[in-house]
Design a protein around this ligand. Sequence first.
Ligand code: T4K
Length: 419
Amino acid sequence: MIDDGARARLAPRTDEPAILGGPPAFTERLHVGSPNIGDRARLSERMAGILDRRWLTNDGPLVREFEEAIARFVGVRHCVAMASGTAALQIAIRVAGLVDEAVVSPLTFVATAHALRWQGVTPVFCDVDPRTHNLDPASVEDMVTPRTSGIVGVHLWGRPCAIDELTALAERRGLALIFDAAHAFGCSHRGRMIGGYGKAEVLSFHATKFVNTFEGGAIVTDDGDFAEQARLTRNHGFARYDEVKQLGTNAKMSEPAAAMGLTSLEALDDFYVANLRNYEVYRAGLDGIDGIGLIAYDEAEWCNRHYVVIEVDQSATLSRDELQRILWAENVLVRRYFFPGCHRMEPYRSELPCARRELPEAERLTDRLLALPTGTAIDPTRAAAVADLIRRAMADGPRLRRRLRGLVPARADRSKGKS
Ligand code: T4K
């Protein structure tokens, strides 16, 4: 239910924005990444089954069922479920044989870079295409040196990166190509689901993702050897009882996680519909606001639209950070994904000279992007109210900016006739 505050804001507003002392538009916080939750009764049934079977983890029946369902959905031969997307990335990087250096986008969640580094591989950050926010293949080629062993593409916001160009480049230069598809479960490229490209792709089923397993992830691939290596690595290298064949770790998905995943998959249509509906409401509500651009999705492809992201450019009356402050005061907890860019985070900023290479497009974007709340926790009324808050803030931008910068006395002073 929309709260009264938000409903009131849809009508012409007479009070001040919350940042200037008015009541917040929402009494509860609206989060980016509020989880999609499927049928509770089904989840409870599955949880009861887990307890009845007394099989809680270690390649249990629900994990196997989940893996089969994901592989079928994505259209690949193998899915190896993992404890997190990060663990899946680390293992994929290891199994793909990445060493020395790998080229990666700085415009991603830091886990992509950390997973490389965790495996002893130096992430070489490369600039992005401003239109797609994904790796620019020409810049990738410039970054390839004799030390480069591979490329990690990221399908940011679920929009496929330049898969064809990167595949051709990887083949030409003899590089391993894997994809971080954490955002892209349920999205397609040229009609084929993401997950089936490169040597392998990595999915995240974190609580904040389109489909979640509380925490979780997976490697999906058509390569049987790759999948087998990933399976061994995920479970301490065990091939069977008492037989350890190689170095491994514990990256297994648990049965409760798989129960959540299977329940989420059953509600997939609802998740698609909720995100599409919210996206369209945002699109209409933000249309024509100077300096605000909503990222577009390819209507011809499957798309989860799980990230509603705006770009606040220099012609806007408020900066991205000013807008964020204003919306947070209204209890709309928009996020600056992925500020400040991996290359400006530790340890890369201090340790790696390559991190200091100029990445103008990525830097421009990290200073301008803002993710808005969506998912099944957000209904169209709420999305419309958020868009309306943005429209009003931008219309009132010059005054709000002066107030934010402390150039105009605060409200209490104004009531004494000082403004
Ligand atoms: N590659 C990419 C491109 C990724 O985006 C990610 C994860 C990964 C790899 C790694 O996959 P995992 O190892 O995570 O499976 C969050 C998520 O923790 C992270 O999974 C996700 N990307 C990233 C985009 O978002 P933070 O640092 O923003 O988390 P936090 O705690 O600020 O939560 C995000 C928002 O979600 C908050 O506004 C609160 C809300 N939230 C969160 C949780 C956990 C809820 O409403 N309920 C919840 O249960 O990273």
